[in-house]
Design a protein around this ligand. Structure first.
Ligand SMILES: Nc1ncnc2c1ncn2[C@@H]1O[C@H](COP(=O)(O)OP(=O)(O)O)[C@@H](O)[C@H]1O
Ligand SMILES: [Mg+2]
Length: 364
């Protein structure tokens, strides 16, 4: 019998429903329970085949237990290693490689010196900062938000330079990104489970929390929904997240990925509504039963490392002098890139820009 433990904090509706659903669908082969975590001895085996993590971003002790679980060959959803080191700048670059459009984004240095540092600690930072170039690249309106944030904390929409500096002053020691504001005609939040199963939810971020998931959405063109689904899948394959929400803002028919690193996404019955809740409980349960019986080998992250290697190899090949190019088929033909992104948006071999890169270069 395989054993799944669900680790959670203050939430109740989703984790308890998930345990119950796995028990129901497990067919006597898979058992699920609320995980019980001990003070962890280094030499003691963690008594689960798979742990579902809904809370280690708030409880560092759990994150350490989960990393040990991976070291012991257990499955952890989501991967605690990648979760510990992603950020919004890196993920945007990964999205571009995966053929997904993202807003123009710049990482800014901390406004205030981080603890135990002084001006002397920043000997390598260009000064004064090239603000004009940054504003020219990003434009206004823009969003100033933490590079490693979540839950809408410290997110500011700024319409001009004055508003930007007022918001930047409030960011204290946080590393922030300044990002082109996408003035969207529609907005979607998607559950993506197992990097494959996608549930697209029209979403209105302007509403109060409990009304954001639009329960009776208008009809959207099938081609748009298909592209949103493809983008959501491409992002989660690249990042290696098995349980994630991806937010895309659609401007002039083009989806832009806004927030797609949510490895413990909101799944509360009250906020997502009954239909979405049923989808996420059922699909998460099915996927976890499948995963615990077919464990994934250890990985640090998703496909993006292979995609990048393939892009670099293609760029090197394209820039090599004609005489030096092999006449026979290359032995190390890149294979990762074409599967990493939907065909329509597959990254073109560099140096020609991918559709996402081209989109990113266009002026609004
Ligand atoms: N570049 C952007 N263009 C348009 N809206 C944005 C942009 N960045 C953030 N937002 C809005 O702000 C909200 C919070 O930003 P988000 O990146 O999701 O932060 P967090 O990770 O804290 O949830 C988003 O749901 C979206 O409504
Ligand atoms: Mg968000």
């Amino acid at each position: 019998m395989k054993k799944i433990g669900v680790l959670f904090g203050q939430e109740r509706s989703f984790p308890l429903a998930l345990v119950e659903r796995i028990q129901k669908l497990g067919g006597g082969k898979v058992h699920a329970e609320r995980a019980v975590i001990d003070p962890q001895r280094q030499d003691r085996e963690i008594p689960y085949d798979l742990l579902v993590d809904r809370i280690s971003h708030e409880v560092p002790f759990y994150r350490m237990v989960l990393k040990l679980a991976v070291q012991q060959g257990k499955q952890v959803v989501n991967n605690p290693f990648w979760w510990s080191c992603d950020d919004k700048l890196l993920c945007n670059a990964i999205a571009i490689d995966a053929g997904v459009c993202v807003p123009r984004t710049v990482l800014l240095p901390h406004k205030q010196h981080p603890p135990n540092t002084t001006g002397e600690s920043f000997s390598n930072l260009r000064y004064p900062l090239p603000w004009e170039e940054i504003f020219e690249y990003v434009g206004f309106p823009a969003f100033l938000k933490p590079a490693d944030g979540g839950g809408w904390r410290d997110v500011y929409k700024v319409k001009n330079v004055e508003e930007f500096f007022a918001a930047y002053d409030k960011s204290h020691v946080l590393p922030m990104i300044l990002q082109e504001g996408i003035e969207f005609e529609s907005y979607f939040r998607c559950y993506v489970i197992g990097r494959e199963r996608v549930h697209v939810m029209p979403y209105d971020p302007a509403q109060p929390h409990h009304r954001r998931y639009i329960q009776e959405p208008k009809d959207f063109p099938a081609s748009l929904i298909q592209r949103v689904e493809n983008d959501a899948r491409a992002l989660c394959r690249a990042l290696g997240y098995d349980f994630n929400t991806v937010e895309l803002a659609v401007r002039k028919g083009v989806p832009y990925a806004i927030d797609f690193m949510n490895p413990a996404p909101d799944a509360d019955l009250k906020s997502v509504g009954e239909k979405n809740f049923e989808w996420v409980v059922q699909n998460a349960a099915e996927f976890l039963i499948e995963r615990v019986q077919n464990p994934r080998p250890f990985e640090f992250t998703g496909q993006w490392v292979d995609t990048r290697k393939a892009l670099l190899a293609a760029a090197a090949k394209a820039s090599a002098p004609a005489a030096a190019q092999p006449t026979a088929a290359p032995t190390a033909a890149p294979t990762a890139a074409p599967t990493a992104a939907p065909a329509k948006q597959a990254p073109a071999p560099a140096p020609a820009p991918s559709s996402a890169q081209a989109q990113n270069k266009k002026k609004k």
